[in-house]
Design a binder for this molecule. Structure first.
Ligand code: SAH
Ligand code: SF4
Ligand code: F3S
Length: 455
Protein backbone atom coordinates (compact mmCIF):
# COMPACT_ATOMS: atom_id res chain seq x y z
CA UNK A 1 0.00 0.00 0.00
CA UNK A 2 1.20 3.52 -0.77
CA UNK A 3 2.26 5.61 2.19
CA UNK A 4 -0.01 8.44 3.25
CA UNK A 5 0.54 11.99 4.51
CA UNK A 6 -1.46 14.60 6.40
CA UNK A 7 -0.59 18.30 6.71
CA UNK A 8 -2.31 20.59 9.22
CA UNK A 9 -1.95 24.17 7.99
CA UNK A 10 -2.29 27.06 10.42
CA UNK A 11 -1.64 30.73 9.66
CA UNK A 12 -1.62 32.98 6.64
CA UNK A 13 -1.61 32.47 2.86
CA UNK A 14 2.17 32.13 2.98
CA UNK A 15 1.72 28.93 4.96
CA UNK A 16 -1.13 27.75 2.74
CA UNK A 17 1.16 28.23 -0.24
CA UNK A 18 4.07 26.50 1.52
CA UNK A 19 1.77 23.57 2.32
CA UNK A 20 0.91 23.25 -1.36
CA UNK A 21 4.63 22.92 -2.01
CA UNK A 22 5.06 20.31 0.77
CA UNK A 23 2.13 18.27 -0.60
CA UNK A 24 3.58 18.42 -4.04
CA UNK A 25 6.99 17.15 -2.84
CA UNK A 26 5.31 14.30 -0.96
CA UNK A 27 3.16 13.32 -3.92
CA UNK A 28 6.23 13.34 -6.15
CA UNK A 29 7.91 11.09 -3.58
CA UNK A 30 5.11 8.53 -3.98
CA UNK A 31 2.91 9.51 -1.02
CA UNK A 32 -0.86 10.03 -1.18
CA UNK A 33 -2.98 12.41 0.93
CA UNK A 34 -4.87 11.05 3.96
CA UNK A 35 -8.10 12.50 5.32
CA UNK A 36 -7.06 12.40 8.98
CA UNK A 37 -3.74 12.39 10.86
CA UNK A 38 -4.74 9.02 12.36
CA UNK A 39 -4.59 7.45 8.89
CA UNK A 40 -1.27 8.98 7.86
CA UNK A 41 2.31 7.68 7.96
CA UNK A 42 3.68 11.21 7.67
CA UNK A 43 2.08 13.95 9.81
CA UNK A 44 3.20 17.55 9.46
CA UNK A 45 2.14 20.74 11.26
CA UNK A 46 2.70 23.94 9.30
CA UNK A 47 2.56 26.44 12.13
CA UNK A 48 1.88 30.12 12.90
CA UNK A 49 2.93 32.23 15.90
CA UNK A 50 1.42 35.61 15.04
CA UNK A 51 -0.79 35.43 18.15
CA UNK A 52 -0.86 33.16 21.22
CA UNK A 53 -3.91 31.26 19.93
CA UNK A 54 -2.39 29.71 16.77
CA UNK A 55 0.75 28.94 18.78
CA UNK A 56 -1.35 27.01 21.33
CA UNK A 57 -3.12 25.19 18.52
CA UNK A 58 0.25 24.11 17.14
CA UNK A 59 1.29 22.66 20.52
CA UNK A 60 -1.92 20.72 20.90
CA UNK A 61 -1.62 19.34 17.37
CA UNK A 62 1.98 18.28 18.05
CA UNK A 63 0.76 16.57 21.23
CA UNK A 64 -1.76 14.61 19.18
CA UNK A 65 0.82 13.73 16.54
CA UNK A 66 3.27 12.54 19.22
CA UNK A 67 0.57 10.34 20.75
CA UNK A 68 0.07 8.74 17.33
CA UNK A 69 3.77 8.06 16.93
CA UNK A 70 4.42 6.71 20.43
CA UNK A 71 2.98 3.23 19.72
CA UNK A 72 4.17 3.25 16.10
CA UNK A 73 7.76 4.52 15.68
CA UNK A 74 7.62 4.02 11.90
CA UNK A 75 5.47 7.14 11.64
CA UNK A 76 7.22 10.38 10.67
CA UNK A 77 6.11 13.54 12.45
CA UNK A 78 7.36 17.03 11.74
CA UNK A 79 6.83 20.71 12.37
CA UNK A 80 7.47 23.36 9.74
CA UNK A 81 6.61 27.06 9.49
CA UNK A 82 6.90 29.92 11.94
CA UNK A 83 6.84 28.05 15.28
CA UNK A 84 9.56 25.72 13.96
CA UNK A 85 11.58 28.82 13.14
CA UNK A 86 10.92 30.51 16.47
CA UNK A 87 11.70 27.59 18.80
CA UNK A 88 13.99 25.39 16.69
CA UNK A 89 15.67 22.59 18.66
CA UNK A 90 13.93 23.62 21.90
CA UNK A 91 10.81 21.89 20.57
CA UNK A 92 12.55 18.54 21.03
CA UNK A 93 12.45 19.00 24.81
CA UNK A 94 8.67 19.05 24.80
CA UNK A 95 8.14 16.80 21.76
CA UNK A 96 11.10 14.38 21.68
CA UNK A 97 9.47 12.21 19.02
CA UNK A 98 9.62 14.93 16.36
CA UNK A 99 11.56 13.83 13.27
CA UNK A 100 11.66 17.21 11.55
CA UNK A 101 11.84 20.88 12.57
CA UNK A 102 12.12 23.11 9.53
CA UNK A 103 11.75 26.89 9.17
CA UNK A 104 10.13 28.58 6.16
CA UNK A 105 13.40 29.61 4.53
CA UNK A 106 14.74 26.03 4.58
CA UNK A 107 11.85 24.44 2.74
CA UNK A 108 13.82 24.03 -0.48
CA UNK A 109 15.54 21.14 1.34
CA UNK A 110 12.22 19.39 1.95
CA UNK A 111 12.50 17.10 -1.13
CA UNK A 112 15.71 15.63 0.42
CA UNK A 113 13.79 14.96 3.63
CA UNK A 114 11.04 13.14 1.70
CA UNK A 115 13.62 10.73 0.28
CA UNK A 116 14.61 9.59 3.76
CA UNK A 117 11.21 9.45 5.41
CA UNK A 118 10.60 5.73 5.03
CA UNK A 119 14.08 4.59 6.14
CA UNK A 120 15.57 4.71 9.60
CA UNK A 121 16.58 8.34 9.90
CA UNK A 122 18.02 10.87 12.28
CA UNK A 123 16.29 14.06 13.24
CA UNK A 124 16.46 17.08 10.95
CA UNK A 125 16.55 20.55 12.49
CA UNK A 126 16.84 23.32 9.87
CA UNK A 127 16.21 26.94 10.79
CA UNK A 128 18.65 29.14 8.87
CA UNK A 129 16.82 32.40 8.32
CA UNK A 130 19.43 34.02 6.12
CA UNK A 131 18.74 31.66 3.21
CA UNK A 132 16.93 32.85 0.11
CA UNK A 133 13.29 31.76 0.10
CA UNK A 134 12.61 28.52 -1.75
CA UNK A 135 11.23 28.62 -5.24
CA UNK A 136 7.93 26.75 -5.24
CA UNK A 137 7.97 25.41 -8.77
CA UNK A 138 4.39 24.23 -9.20
CA UNK A 139 3.43 21.15 -11.13
CA UNK A 140 0.27 19.37 -12.02
CA UNK A 141 -0.18 17.47 -8.77
CA UNK A 142 -1.05 20.64 -6.86
CA UNK A 143 -2.99 22.59 -9.40
CA UNK A 144 -5.07 19.89 -11.01
CA UNK A 145 -8.66 21.03 -11.29
CA UNK A 146 -8.14 24.40 -9.67
CA UNK A 147 -9.06 27.86 -10.90
CA UNK A 148 -6.84 29.93 -8.63
CA UNK A 149 -3.18 29.84 -7.63
CA UNK A 150 -0.62 31.77 -5.56
CA UNK A 151 2.83 32.96 -6.50
CA UNK A 152 5.19 34.19 -3.82
CA UNK A 153 6.88 37.38 -5.05
CA UNK A 154 8.67 38.36 -1.88
CA UNK A 155 9.37 36.90 1.53
CA UNK A 156 9.98 38.43 4.91
CA UNK A 157 9.35 41.87 6.34
CA UNK A 158 11.51 44.84 7.36
CA UNK A 159 8.82 46.86 9.09
CA UNK A 160 9.03 45.62 12.66
CA UNK A 161 5.62 46.95 13.71
CA UNK A 162 6.03 46.95 17.48
CA UNK A 163 3.48 44.15 18.11
CA UNK A 164 4.55 41.78 15.36
CA UNK A 165 6.66 38.62 15.40
CA UNK A 166 6.65 38.06 11.62
CA UNK A 167 9.99 39.79 10.84
CA UNK A 168 11.67 37.54 13.44
CA UNK A 169 10.34 34.29 11.99
CA UNK A 170 10.22 35.09 8.27
CA UNK A 171 13.43 37.12 8.07
CA UNK A 172 14.25 40.25 6.10
CA UNK A 173 12.55 41.17 2.85
CA UNK A 174 13.80 39.43 -0.24
CA UNK A 175 12.15 39.99 -3.61
CA UNK A 176 12.15 37.25 -6.20
CA UNK A 177 13.58 37.48 -9.69
CA UNK A 178 10.78 38.61 -12.04
CA UNK A 179 11.91 36.05 -14.63
CA UNK A 180 11.21 33.27 -12.10
CA UNK A 181 7.85 34.82 -11.26
CA UNK A 182 6.85 35.07 -14.92
CA UNK A 183 7.95 31.50 -15.61
CA UNK A 184 5.86 30.29 -12.65
CA UNK A 185 2.84 32.30 -13.85
CA UNK A 186 3.14 30.85 -17.34
CA UNK A 187 3.28 27.32 -15.91
CA UNK A 188 0.21 27.96 -13.74
CA UNK A 189 -1.79 29.30 -16.68
CA UNK A 190 -0.75 26.31 -18.79
CA UNK A 191 -2.15 24.07 -16.00
CA UNK A 192 -5.54 25.77 -16.30
CA UNK A 193 -5.22 28.39 -13.56
CA UNK A 194 -7.32 31.47 -14.40
CA UNK A 195 -6.60 33.67 -11.40
CA UNK A 196 -3.22 34.38 -9.81
CA UNK A 197 -2.61 36.05 -6.45
CA UNK A 198 0.85 37.54 -5.94
CA UNK A 199 1.88 36.94 -2.34
CA UNK A 200 4.14 38.71 0.12
CA UNK A 201 4.04 40.11 3.67
CA UNK A 202 4.32 43.56 2.17
CA UNK A 203 4.11 43.31 -1.62
CA UNK A 204 4.27 47.09 -2.09
CA UNK A 205 7.93 47.09 -1.18
CA UNK A 206 8.74 44.55 -3.91
CA UNK A 207 11.70 45.76 -5.95
CA UNK A 208 14.04 44.06 -8.38
CA UNK A 209 17.35 45.66 -9.21
CA UNK A 210 19.97 43.81 -11.24
CA UNK A 211 23.01 45.04 -13.11
CA UNK A 212 22.15 46.03 -16.66
CA UNK A 213 18.39 45.86 -16.03
CA UNK A 214 15.83 48.52 -15.41
CA UNK A 215 14.61 48.75 -11.81
CA UNK A 216 11.29 46.95 -11.47
CA UNK A 217 8.76 48.10 -8.86
CA UNK A 218 5.67 46.20 -7.75
CA UNK A 219 3.45 48.10 -10.18
CA UNK A 220 5.89 47.23 -12.97
CA UNK A 221 5.70 43.59 -11.98
CA UNK A 222 1.88 43.73 -11.92
CA UNK A 223 1.87 45.18 -15.44
CA UNK A 224 4.14 42.40 -16.67
CA UNK A 225 2.16 39.53 -15.13
CA UNK A 226 -1.19 41.02 -16.16
CA UNK A 227 -0.26 40.84 -19.82
CA UNK A 228 0.07 37.06 -19.83
CA UNK A 229 -2.38 35.51 -22.24
CA UNK A 230 -5.10 33.48 -20.58
CA UNK A 231 -4.85 35.21 -17.19
CA UNK A 232 -8.39 36.31 -16.39
CA UNK A 233 -7.81 37.69 -12.93
CA UNK A 234 -4.84 39.06 -11.03
CA UNK A 235 -4.74 39.88 -7.30
CA UNK A 236 -2.12 40.70 -4.69
CA UNK A 237 -1.89 40.52 -0.93
CA UNK A 238 -0.86 42.12 1.50
CA UNK A 239 -0.38 45.86 1.11
CA UNK A 240 1.00 48.18 3.75
CA UNK A 241 -0.66 51.62 3.75
CA UNK A 242 2.65 53.44 4.17
CA UNK A 243 3.94 51.97 0.89
CA UNK A 244 0.81 52.21 -1.25
CA UNK A 245 2.04 54.47 -4.04
CA UNK A 246 -0.05 56.52 -6.47
CA UNK A 247 1.55 54.45 -9.21
CA UNK A 248 0.13 51.29 -7.68
CA UNK A 249 -3.28 52.88 -7.08
CA UNK A 250 -3.44 53.86 -10.74
CA UNK A 251 -2.96 50.18 -11.70
CA UNK A 252 -6.55 49.60 -10.56
CA UNK A 253 -7.67 51.78 -13.47
CA UNK A 254 -5.02 50.82 -15.99
CA UNK A 255 -4.87 47.03 -15.72
CA UNK A 256 -8.03 45.40 -16.95
CA UNK A 257 -7.63 42.01 -15.29
CA UNK A 258 -6.47 43.43 -11.94
CA UNK A 259 -9.39 42.66 -9.61
CA UNK A 260 -11.17 45.55 -7.84
CA UNK A 261 -10.21 44.42 -4.36
CA UNK A 262 -7.48 45.48 -1.95
CA UNK A 263 -6.61 44.12 1.47
CA UNK A 264 -5.18 47.10 3.30
CA UNK A 265 -4.67 46.47 7.05
CA UNK A 266 -5.20 49.61 9.14
CA UNK A 267 -4.71 48.06 12.63
CA UNK A 268 -6.05 51.06 14.61
CA UNK A 269 -7.99 54.27 14.10
CA UNK A 270 -6.19 56.35 16.73
CA UNK A 271 -3.08 58.29 15.73
CA UNK A 272 -1.59 57.81 19.18
CA UNK A 273 -1.89 54.03 18.90
CA UNK A 274 -0.71 53.97 15.28
CA UNK A 275 2.42 55.81 16.42
CA UNK A 276 2.99 53.34 19.28
CA UNK A 277 2.57 50.51 16.77
CA UNK A 278 5.19 52.07 14.51
CA UNK A 279 2.94 51.86 11.47
CA UNK A 280 4.24 54.96 9.71
CA UNK A 281 0.89 56.54 8.74
CA UNK A 282 -1.94 58.46 10.41
CA UNK A 283 -5.71 57.84 10.27
CA UNK A 284 -5.94 60.84 7.93
CA UNK A 285 -3.34 59.24 5.60
CA UNK A 286 -5.34 56.02 5.62
CA UNK A 287 -8.66 57.75 4.87
CA UNK A 288 -6.97 59.67 2.07
CA UNK A 289 -5.73 56.40 0.52
CA UNK A 290 -9.24 54.99 0.64
CA UNK A 291 -10.53 58.10 -1.08
CA UNK A 292 -7.91 57.83 -3.83
CA UNK A 293 -8.61 54.13 -4.38
CA UNK A 294 -12.35 54.76 -4.68
CA UNK A 295 -11.79 57.62 -7.08
CA UNK A 296 -9.74 55.42 -9.39
CA UNK A 297 -11.98 52.37 -9.02
CA UNK A 298 -15.40 53.27 -7.51
CA UNK A 299 -16.40 49.59 -7.26
CA UNK A 300 -13.25 48.54 -5.38
CA UNK A 301 -13.82 46.28 -2.36
CA UNK A 302 -11.66 47.20 0.61
CA UNK A 303 -10.91 44.68 3.34
CA UNK A 304 -8.60 45.10 6.30
CA UNK A 305 -7.05 43.85 9.54
CA UNK A 306 -7.54 45.59 12.87
CA UNK A 307 -6.69 44.82 16.47
CA UNK A 308 -8.14 45.94 19.79
CA UNK A 309 -6.46 46.26 23.17
CA UNK A 310 -2.99 47.37 22.11
CA UNK A 311 -1.06 48.43 25.27
CA UNK A 312 -2.43 51.76 26.49
CA UNK A 313 -5.51 51.77 24.24
CA UNK A 314 -8.09 54.04 25.90
CA UNK A 315 -11.83 54.07 25.33
CA UNK A 316 -11.32 57.15 23.17
CA UNK A 317 -8.66 55.34 21.07
CA UNK A 318 -11.09 52.48 20.60
CA UNK A 319 -13.88 54.90 19.62
CA UNK A 320 -11.49 56.31 16.98
CA UNK A 321 -11.14 52.79 15.56
CA UNK A 322 -14.91 52.35 15.43
CA UNK A 323 -15.22 55.75 13.81
CA UNK A 324 -12.73 54.84 11.09
CA UNK A 325 -14.68 51.63 10.41
CA UNK A 326 -17.90 53.67 10.08
CA UNK A 327 -16.24 56.11 7.72
CA UNK A 328 -14.61 53.56 5.44
CA UNK A 329 -17.36 50.92 5.51
CA UNK A 330 -15.05 47.98 4.79
CA UNK A 331 -16.40 45.05 2.80
CA UNK A 332 -15.03 42.78 5.50
CA UNK A 333 -12.55 42.86 8.35
CA UNK A 334 -10.27 40.46 10.18
CA UNK A 335 -10.22 41.58 13.79
CA UNK A 336 -8.02 40.39 16.62
CA UNK A 337 -7.30 40.95 20.29
CA UNK A 338 -3.76 42.21 20.78
CA UNK A 339 -1.59 39.32 21.90
CA UNK A 340 1.83 39.68 23.56
CA UNK A 341 4.66 38.19 21.50
CA UNK A 342 8.00 37.70 23.27
CA UNK A 343 10.83 39.68 21.75
CA UNK A 344 8.65 42.40 20.24
CA UNK A 345 8.77 46.02 21.42
CA UNK A 346 5.10 46.09 22.46
CA UNK A 347 5.66 43.16 24.80
CA UNK A 348 7.83 45.52 26.91
CA UNK A 349 5.24 48.34 26.99
CA UNK A 350 3.26 49.21 30.12
CA UNK A 351 -0.50 49.74 30.42
CA UNK A 352 -1.52 46.33 29.17
CA UNK A 353 -5.25 46.00 28.59
CA UNK A 354 -7.10 43.27 30.49
CA UNK A 355 -8.68 40.36 28.61
CA UNK A 356 -12.23 41.34 29.60
CA UNK A 357 -11.90 44.82 28.11
CA UNK A 358 -10.27 43.40 24.98
CA UNK A 359 -13.11 40.89 24.68
CA UNK A 360 -15.87 43.48 24.98
CA UNK A 361 -14.14 45.84 22.53
CA UNK A 362 -13.69 43.04 20.01
CA UNK A 363 -17.33 42.10 20.38
CA UNK A 364 -18.54 45.67 19.80
CA UNK A 365 -16.24 46.08 16.81
CA UNK A 366 -17.38 42.81 15.24
CA UNK A 367 -21.04 43.71 15.77
CA UNK A 368 -20.52 47.00 13.93
CA UNK A 369 -18.63 45.35 11.06
CA UNK A 370 -21.23 42.57 10.71
CA UNK A 371 -23.90 45.22 10.23
CA UNK A 372 -21.83 46.97 7.57
CA UNK A 373 -20.88 43.77 5.72
CA UNK A 374 -24.50 42.65 5.64
CA UNK A 375 -25.69 46.05 4.44
CA UNK A 376 -23.08 46.07 1.68
CA UNK A 377 -23.96 42.55 0.57
CA UNK A 378 -27.66 43.41 0.54
CA UNK A 379 -26.94 46.43 -1.65
CA UNK A 380 -25.79 43.95 -4.31
CA UNK A 381 -29.19 42.25 -4.54
CA UNK A 382 -30.59 42.65 -8.04
CA UNK A 383 -27.16 43.38 -9.56
CA UNK A 384 -25.39 41.31 -12.19
CA UNK A 385 -21.88 40.10 -11.66
CA UNK A 386 -19.30 37.70 -13.04
CA UNK A 387 -18.24 34.67 -11.02
CA UNK A 388 -15.14 32.57 -11.56
CA UNK A 389 -16.24 29.03 -10.72
CA UNK A 390 -14.03 27.40 -8.09
CA UNK A 391 -16.00 24.20 -7.41
CA UNK A 392 -19.05 22.96 -5.55
CA UNK A 393 -20.54 24.69 -2.53
CA UNK A 394 -19.95 23.22 0.96
CA UNK A 395 -23.16 21.20 0.86
CA UNK A 396 -22.31 20.05 -2.67
CA UNK A 397 -25.69 20.98 -4.18
CA UNK A 398 -24.61 24.24 -5.83
CA UNK A 399 -21.64 25.74 -7.64
CA UNK A 400 -19.47 28.26 -5.88
CA UNK A 401 -16.99 30.91 -6.91
CA UNK A 402 -16.01 34.49 -6.33
CA UNK A 403 -16.75 37.86 -7.81
CA UNK A 404 -13.80 39.96 -8.96
CA UNK A 405 -14.28 41.86 -5.68
CA UNK A 406 -13.56 38.55 -3.85
CA UNK A 407 -17.06 37.87 -2.53
CA UNK A 408 -18.25 34.27 -2.40
CA UNK A 409 -21.27 33.52 -4.61
CA UNK A 410 -23.24 30.27 -4.57
CA UNK A 411 -25.62 29.48 -7.41
CA UNK A 412 -27.67 26.49 -8.61
CA UNK A 413 -26.28 24.01 -11.15
CA UNK A 414 -23.28 21.78 -10.54
CA UNK A 415 -22.23 21.17 -14.13
CA UNK A 416 -20.21 24.38 -14.48
CA UNK A 417 -16.59 23.72 -15.22
CA UNK A 418 -14.02 24.84 -12.66
CA UNK A 419 -12.43 28.00 -14.10
CA UNK A 420 -15.52 28.99 -16.11
CA UNK A 421 -16.76 32.58 -15.95
CA UNK A 422 -20.49 32.71 -15.30
CA UNK A 423 -22.77 35.74 -15.37
CA UNK A 424 -24.87 35.69 -12.23
CA UNK A 425 -27.80 37.75 -10.98
CA UNK A 426 -27.42 38.34 -7.22
CA UNK A 427 -30.68 37.43 -5.50
CA UNK A 428 -29.69 37.53 -1.85
CA UNK A 429 -26.87 39.01 0.19
CA UNK A 430 -25.85 37.22 3.41
CA UNK A 431 -23.07 37.92 5.90
CA UNK A 432 -20.49 35.56 4.40
CA UNK A 433 -21.76 34.94 0.89
CA UNK A 434 -24.13 35.93 -1.88
CA UNK A 435 -26.80 33.73 -3.42
CA UNK A 436 -27.20 34.12 -7.17
CA UNK A 437 -28.85 32.76 -10.27
CA UNK A 438 -26.81 32.01 -13.42
CA UNK A 439 -27.86 34.04 -16.43
CA UNK A 440 -25.26 32.80 -18.91
CA UNK A 441 -21.65 31.93 -19.40
CA UNK A 442 -19.06 34.23 -20.74
CA UNK A 443 -16.30 34.14 -23.28
CA UNK A 444 -13.57 36.27 -21.75
CA UNK A 445 -11.90 36.63 -25.13
CA UNK A 446 -14.88 38.31 -26.77
CA UNK A 447 -16.23 40.43 -23.94
CA UNK A 448 -14.64 43.21 -22.03
CA UNK A 449 -14.61 41.85 -18.48
CA UNK A 450 -14.85 45.19 -16.76
CA UNK A 451 -17.78 46.51 -18.75
CA UNK A 452 -20.09 43.78 -17.47
CA UNK A 453 -18.96 43.79 -13.85
CA UNK A 454 -21.66 44.79 -11.32
CA UNK A 455 -24.17 46.59 -13.48
N1 SAH B 1 1.99 41.76 6.74
C1 SAH B 1 0.66 42.00 7.03
C2 SAH B 1 0.05 41.25 8.19
C3 SAH B 1 0.67 40.06 8.78
S1 SAH B 1 0.02 39.41 10.25
C4 SAH B 1 0.49 43.47 7.30
O1 SAH B 1 1.41 44.17 7.62
O2 SAH B 1 -0.60 43.91 7.25
C5 SAH B 1 -1.74 39.48 10.02
C6 SAH B 1 -2.46 40.31 11.03
O3 SAH B 1 -2.32 39.77 12.32
C7 SAH B 1 -1.97 41.72 11.17
O4 SAH B 1 -2.47 42.55 10.18
C8 SAH B 1 -2.45 42.10 12.53
O5 SAH B 1 -3.75 42.67 12.50
C9 SAH B 1 -2.51 40.78 13.28
N2 SAH B 1 -1.45 40.70 14.27
C10 SAH B 1 -0.12 40.68 14.09
N3 SAH B 1 0.54 40.62 15.27
C11 SAH B 1 -0.42 40.60 16.23
C12 SAH B 1 -0.40 40.55 17.67
N4 SAH B 1 0.74 40.52 18.34
N5 SAH B 1 -1.58 40.53 18.32
C13 SAH B 1 -2.75 40.55 17.64
N6 SAH B 1 -2.83 40.61 16.32
C14 SAH B 1 -1.69 40.63 15.60
FE1 SF4 C 1 4.08 42.39 10.83
FE2 SF4 C 1 4.05 44.96 10.33
FE3 SF4 C 1 5.54 43.34 8.83
FE4 SF4 C 1 2.90 43.24 8.63
S1 SF4 C 1 4.21 44.99 8.11
S2 SF4 C 1 4.28 41.50 8.80
S3 SF4 C 1 2.22 43.66 10.72
S4 SF4 C 1 5.85 43.78 10.99
FE1 F3S D 1 1.59 33.31 11.02
FE2 F3S D 1 3.96 33.05 10.02
FE3 F3S D 1 1.98 33.89 8.51
S1 F3S D 1 3.51 33.80 12.03
S2 F3S D 1 0.68 34.97 9.93
S3 F3S D 1 2.15 31.92 9.42
S4 F3S D 1 4.08 34.57 8.43
Amino acid sequence: MRRRFYIQTMGCQMNVHDSEFLSQCLIQGGYVPAERPEDADVVLANTCVVRAKPEQKAYSFLGRASALKAPDPSKFIGIVGCLAQMKGELLLKRFPLLDLIMGPRELSRFPEVVKQMDRPHGKTVATRLELAPPCHAPDHTCFHNKATGYISVMEGCNNFCTYCIVPYVRGREISRDPDQIMAEAIRLIALGIKEITLLGQNVNSYVWEAPGRQRLSFSGLLQQVSQLKGLLRLRFVTSHPKDLSDELISCFAAIENLCPHIHLPFQAGSNRILRLMGRGYTREDYLHLVQKLRKVRPDIAITSDVMVGFPGETDQDFQDTLDLIRQVRFDSLFSFKYSDRKGTAADQMGNKIDELTKGSRLHALQDLQKRITLEKNKELEGRKTVVLVEGKSKRGNQSTGRTASHKVVNFPGISWEIGALVKVLIEKGFLNSLQGKPIGSLSPVKENLRSIEMK
